[in-house]
Design a protein around this ligand. Sequence first.
Ligand SMILES: NC(=O)c1ccc[n+]([C@@H]2O[C@H](COP(=O)([O-])OP(=O)(O)OC[C@H]3O[C@@H](n4cnc5c(N)ncnc54)[C@H](OP(=O)(O)O)[C@@H]3O)[C@@H](O)[C@H]2O)c1
Length: 331
Amino acid sequence: MVPERFLAYRIHADGRFGSGRLERMGRAELDAGDVMVGIRFAGVNYKDALTALGRARLARKFPLVGGTDLSGIVESSEDSRFRPGDEILIHSFGLGSHHDGGYAEFGRFPADWIFPLPPGLTLLEAATLGVAGHSVGIALELMERNGLAPDRGKVLVNGATGGVGSIAIDVLSKLGYHVVALTGKIGEAAYLHSLGAAEVLDRNTLQHGAKPLEEETWAGAVDSVGGKQLEWLARTMQRDGAIAAIGNAGGSTFEGNVLPFILRGIRLLGVNVNNPVETKLRIWRRLASDLKPRHLDRIVRRIALDTLPQAFDDLLAARVRGRQVVDFDSA
Ligand SMILES: NC(=O)c1ccc[n+]([C@@H]2O[C@H](COP(=O)([O-])OP(=O)(O)OC[C@H]3O[C@@H](n4cnc5c(N)ncnc54)[C@H](OP(=O)(O)O)[C@@H]3O)[C@@H](O)[C@H]2O)c1
């Protein structure tokens, strides 16, 4: 039974790009959809922090319930594909930017956006993976389609302690890759080794060099940092090496040299989670089976809805390790 009013973290049209706060909202205020969901868990993503704190023009309607990914239980459905009690997950499709997202006790969504929870995952595990895990699954498929295999050499994971980075280390090491974690938080080396990193490098002491072609070091790279780091990565890739560019936590722009591309044939692969439904389904099935990280319990930190503002600050200041997930039962 969905109450008339419930708790939500909503972004309003204050400031330059909006600003968020915890409040009570009415059931009738939720965006339209065929399926009413009782939300159990919602991930805290870099983009969600930027949206809530009005750091970028991401919110496309006001007020807006924030949150890009969630898992929960169907309360009621006007679509025959879903029944009350079904366990589901939802992400992307403009959630938390164009359509009300996961930071509310209840949400209403179009049935076409909803995926049944794949066998092999719990609701908490699905939210721990969220768009971060989904992007890692896509990155892995893209890199392997471009020739990456464990016997090709080392794979670098940049932004290693972040949500994307932690999951990437876990998945790649499970698949037999020699994973090198690059982090700004060298104090978290033990955590990174415990996820499967064979080596841990300190970003603060890294020598970037200046040559267009530095020593060939990486067969593959998962980069959620961007900026100068991405430019350095390109210069240090092995012949035919593949970089999966997932994020821009360290900057959106980078200057580059074309020589690694034309002399070493390196591949720069863009990762985007707004892919076709069939792709999403395949990736989720894989995340629940062969790509399922072994240490999700170590990666997740459950937080209460009313601690979101602190969670956003911590995330943007790179103080977070792993994935923060709002647990609606922990209030
Ligand atoms: N392409 C897609 O579809 C997709 C999907 C999910 C996420 N993303 C993007 O991927 C990036 C990472 O997401 P996430 O969820 O992993 O975020 P996160 O948990 O905040 O992790 C980002 C990590 O990057 C590192 N970092 C390096 N420079 C930083 C800086 N100047 N500010 C903040 N962090 C910095 C930090 O790790 P260390 O201290 O260990 O270096 C930080 O923990 C974001 O840009 C996000 O928008 C894209």
